[in-house]
Design a protein around this ligand. Structure first.
Ligand SMILES: N[C@@H](CCC(=O)N[C@@H](CS)C(=O)NCC(=O)O)C(=O)O
Length: 201
């Protein structure tokens, strides 16, 4: 498999999941700024959506959308327990979190990276995110991870987007959120993925 990624972008989430699962893959840099690969290939010819992450399967099929990719990967190695069995209530809880992180966090962060948006407009998104993180902080009370004491795919995604908070001045300062970030950052697979993306020495 190939994972198309850009350093520190939302593609870090499937990158972490691949490392946690220990599956063989090749990480291919696809800059979100230039939309070109290292060899000059126009990334739009690979993913017409132009964004990362994109997973290329061994049979050549390509799968986009982070929440779909992480579930696909985790389902390939069910014994690792990164996703609950399809059809179980626990699985729907994980999908509920993935969707929440995608729409209520990830896509509220995206405008904060845009130089075209005024500070007043950005304040609307920052305020929304502050409220979402208060909710997450409450949900993490007495829990190590979103689903309880076991790391699963929504944790990789929450870690990835929350890693942006400092850069764009988002308040994710709740004690449980910060403890979660430290806990996930300490996982060997997370360190490996971050090193591979040049985010850690
Ligand atoms: N809906 C997509 C969104 C992916 C996305 O926003 N990717 C960003 C990086 S975090 C990107 O590649 N942006 C560059 C672009 O849109 O051209 C998903 O959840 O996978």
């Amino acid at each position: 498999m190939k994972l198309y990624y850009s350093p520190g972008a939302c593609s870090l989430s499937p990158h972490i999941v691949l490392k946690e699962l220990g599956l063989p893959f090749e990480a291919v840099l696809a800059s979100t700024k230039t939309h070109k690969l290292a060899d000059g290939t126009d990334y739009y010819t690979i993913n017409p959506k132009g964004y990362v992450p994109l997973l290329e399967l061994d049979d050549g099929q390509r799968l986009s959308e982070g929440p779909a990719i992480v579930q696909y990967l985790a389902d390939k190695a069910p014994s690792k327990g990164l996703v609950a069995p399809a059809g179980s209530m626990e699985r729907y809880r994980q999908i509920e979190w993935l969707n929440f992180i995608s729409t209520e966090l990830h896509k509220q962060y995206s405008p904060l990276f845009s130089p075209a948006l005024s500070d007043d407009a950005k304040a609307v998104f920052r305020d929304k995110l502050r409220g979402r993180y208060q909710f997450i902080n409450e949900q993490l009370e007495g829990r190590q991870y979103l689903m309880g004491n076991a790391f699963s795919v929504p944790d990789a995604y929450l870690f990835t987007v929350t890693n942006w908070a400092g850069r764009v001045n988002v308040d994710a300062s709740g004690a449980n959120v910060q403890a979660f970030m430290a806990r996930v950052a300490a996982r060997p697979a997370v360190q490996e993925a971050m090193k591979a993306e040049g985010l850690l020495k």
